[in-house]
Ligand binder design. Structure first.
Ligand code: ADP
Ligand code: MG
Length: 693
């Protein structure tokens, strides 16, 4: 077998390959373009395309595709052959610079939220040279951004790149104020920890709900769930180990730095974490990771469930978005420094982030809002739907001392004067309280824990980057005018802490008391997608996003439509699946079983028949309930058709359909508990959760 360094990035047209295969001037020019985020010119593109084509065909590729991330949430690709007729009737493999930098997929069936009328259905894809091309299944995939001909973004990558640019602009202004003249670029880095479930294919195929919706819509609690905490970090089963090994290898070939793997809290639940990288690359890699996870699972007769809440009453899956800011010279701006100046700079970026989270809570919340994630947030296992920032006791004490201009009660008692005093060395807070926070500072990065496991991390990072860019801009505007930088900075930081400390919460986020306290503090508690989405079109949020040039107003409105449409469609499919399962599987099975019980009772007449009679009676009552609840759900689903306007539809789904789905589930799960095993029509929670031996 090949060693890891040999296979790592073997399918990636990365810097090393470029250096080897490109003429020196071309390499330098491309390298500068990538490093400085500039536009590429066509002569360079032609030379790169030629080398890329040669490398790809040598490595077995026959096709190429512009690989992009439309608003569907998954990635899209349309394959074109490299093959081209030669004059002598033979063929050559070729690919031009134009084909590399621009593609024109027929875009009419991708969601655009009204941005692109179908008569002008075309959009174009443009190469993002900061994310390397790679080979997947004999196809050279070129990471691209996807826009309409009017220039409006139709994907998740374009606004992500714009938000990174916005942050870069403002962070550079701050660094200049600290006398930092050499830094050319500030980028955000992300390491997304991905949670998932693995179940056996045979149980999956017997469950229509898993097949159609990715989650179970029925299912009574198993006798053993996650109560014993014996799965977390437990020994990994051989079959899972084999899966993880192959997964790692496939990811490594694509240059994805998969690093840690362990069991998670629930049975059958696991986690994979990569080493962090630049946000757009991390986003591409996370999309690829999810795709490869599913694919490798199939090879092992397993199914990888990426849904946020595959099983009610069992921990759901999230994606922890570890986020930091760093300079092109490798300095992490969220890392506390050693000198007083470094400390002041660190505190500036820290409080700017705190302020950004407070000012734009709504945007952060809605950036992770999906029908799936609504089941998870606030369910006493995932962060609550209320956003707050965790800093830990020691760092919190530092901020309090600055705010009150008081003595800092650290190892040595003293006042903190920014730009003059050094920060006391503090250690990272790793208490359990930290783990319950939606947005925690973990030493040199923030961890945004609300992202759903199946979601792209693009949206969360778009909002985070834009919000921080906005606060940095306000800081820079104020500080650039200051006569005495040190005292202006001190005052700014003190004031920011004072104005935004309501968002800081270092206690237990799962505690109900916190929700009441958050309300007193005036923090938002947006429990569902329709509620959260209203904040996207709120005046102050639209103003910020357009001001940062991340979205145009039309783009925002189109995204509002798309996200709500997605919510409505998802729940609609779930409701229909429930009706189908209730009528075609559950009711017939329970009816047959009840009849069997009655038949047995008759046969046994003269003997005691308490069990048969009482059970048949309870099951009959439950089937009546299921029958009526199904009729009510069906009626609500039918009424959905007559509602117009996406906002109205979404609220109808939330207020009418979802409660009726719960009302149908309840008696069905009760019936499951009373029905004999061989009569129940599909695998139970216990059988699914413990299906991988
Ligand atoms: P934790 O113990 O907090 O989970 P880890 O060191 O295990 O921290 O890292 C978790 C994730 O955070 C990994 O994906 C890691 O690469 C990422 N990470 C570490 N440092 C940074 C950073 N400076 N910026 C962004 N992500 C980071
Ligand atoms: Mg973590």
């Amino acid at each position: 077998m090949n060693t890891v360094p040999e296979i790592f990035a073997s399918k990636v047209f990365d810097d090393r390959v470029m250096k080897e295969t490109l003429p020196k001037e071309v390499y330098n020019s491309l390298h500068n373009t990538i490093a400085e985020g500039r536009e590429l010119d066509l002569s360079v593109a032609n030379a790169v395309a030629k080398a890329m084509c040669a490398w790809a065909t040598e490595n077995g590729a026959t096709h190429f595709t512009h690989w992009f991330q439309p608003m569907t949430g998954i990635t899209a690709e349309k394959h074109d052959g490299f093959i081209s007729p030669d004059i002598d009737g033979r063929v050559i493999m070729e690919f031009s610079g134009k084909e590399l930098i621009k593609g024109e997929p027929d875009a009419s069936s991708f969601p655009s939220g009204g941005l692109r009328a179908t008569f002008e259905a075309r959009g174009y894809t443009a190469w993002d040279p900061t994310s390397y091309a790679f080979i997947k299944d004999k196809t050279l995939c070129i990471p691209t951004a996807f826009c309409s001909y009017g220039g409006e973004a139709l994907d998740k990558k374009t606004p992500l790149l714009r938000s990174m640019e916005a942050l870069n602009r403002q962070a550079l202004r701050i660094l200049r104020l600290f006398g930092n003249e050499n830094v050319k670029r500030v980028t955000t880095s992300v390491g997304p920890e991905q949670e998932y479930f693995l179940i056996d294919k045979s149980v999956y195929e017997k469950r229509r709900d898993l097949v159609y919706t990715g989650r179970t819509l029925f299912g009574a609690k198993p006798p053993k769930g996650q109560e014993l905490d014996d799965h977390y970090f437990g020994a990994i089963k051989p079959r899972v180990q084999a899966y993880m090994s192959e997964l790692n290898e496939e990811l490594w070939k694509l240059g994805i730095l998969a690093k840690t793997e362990h069991n998670e809290v629930a049975p059958g639940q696991h986690e994979l974490a990569p080493i962090y990288s630049t946000t757009n690359v991390a986003t591409d890699h996370n999309q690829l990771t999810m795709e490869i996870m599913r694919r490798v699972a199939a090879k092992h007769d397993l199914v990888c469930l990426l849904h946020e809440k595959p099983f009610a009453g069992v921990n759901g899956s999230g994606k922890h978005n570890n986020w930091s800011l760093s300079t092109d010279s490798g300095e992490n701006l969220l890392s506390p420094g050693k000198t007083p100046y470094e400390n002041a700079q660190f505190l500036t970026f820290l409080v700017a982030t705190v302020k950004a989270v407070d000012d734009y809570q709504g945007l952060l919340r809605l950036s992770v809002a999906t029908a799936g994630n609504d089941h998870r947030l606030g369910a006493n296992e995932a962060p609550p739907a209320v956003i707050s920032v965790f800093l830990g006791d020691e760092l919190n004490a530092v901020l309090e001392a600055i705010e009150k201009d008081a003595h800092y009660d650290g190892a040595e008692r003293r006042r903190m004067r920014l730009g003059v005093d050094s920060l006391p060395a503090f250690t990272r807070d790793t208490t359990d309280r930290n783990r319950t926070s939606p947005f925690a500072f973990t030493g040199n990065k923030f961890e945004f824990r609300m992202v759903g496991s199946s979601d792209s991390i693009a949206c969360a990072n778009i909002m985070l980057n834009s919000a921080v860019a906005q606060t940095l801009e306000e800081f820079a505007d104020e500080l650039e005018k200051a006569e005495d930088f040190d005292s202006a900075l001190h005052e700014l930081i003190r004031r920011t802490i004072c104005e935004h400390k309501r968002i800081i919460f270092n206690g237990n986020g799962y505690d109900d008391k916190w929700i009441a306290e958050a309300e007193r503090r005036g923090l938002l508690n947006l429990k569902t997608t329709p509620d959260a989405m209203q904040l996207l079109i709120a005046q102050e949020n639209m103003a910020m996003l357009t001001h940062q040039r991340v979205f145009s107003e039309e783009e925002i409105r189109s995204r509002y439509e798309i996200q709500l449409e997605n919510y409505v469609k998802t729940v609609h499919i779930e409701a229909n699946t429930m009706l189908n399962m209730a009528r075609k599987e559950i009711l017939p099975a329970v009816s047959v079983y009840s009849a069997k019980l009655c038949e047995n009772a008759e046969k046994k007449s003269g003997f005691g028949c308490k069990y048969e009679k009482a059970t048949a009676e309870r099951l009959s009552a439950l089937t009546d309930e299921i029958y009526s609840a199904a009729a009510e759900l069906e009626d609500a689903v039918a009424r959905l058709d007559s509602i117009s306007g996406i906002t109205e539809e979404a609220f109808f789904v939330k207020d009418e359909i979802i409660p009726k789905m719960s009302a149908l589930r309840f008696p069905a799960d009760k019936a499951e508990e009373l029905t004999a095993k061989e009569y129940w029509p599909f695998p139970t929670y216990g059988e699914i959760l413990f299906s991988v031996k």
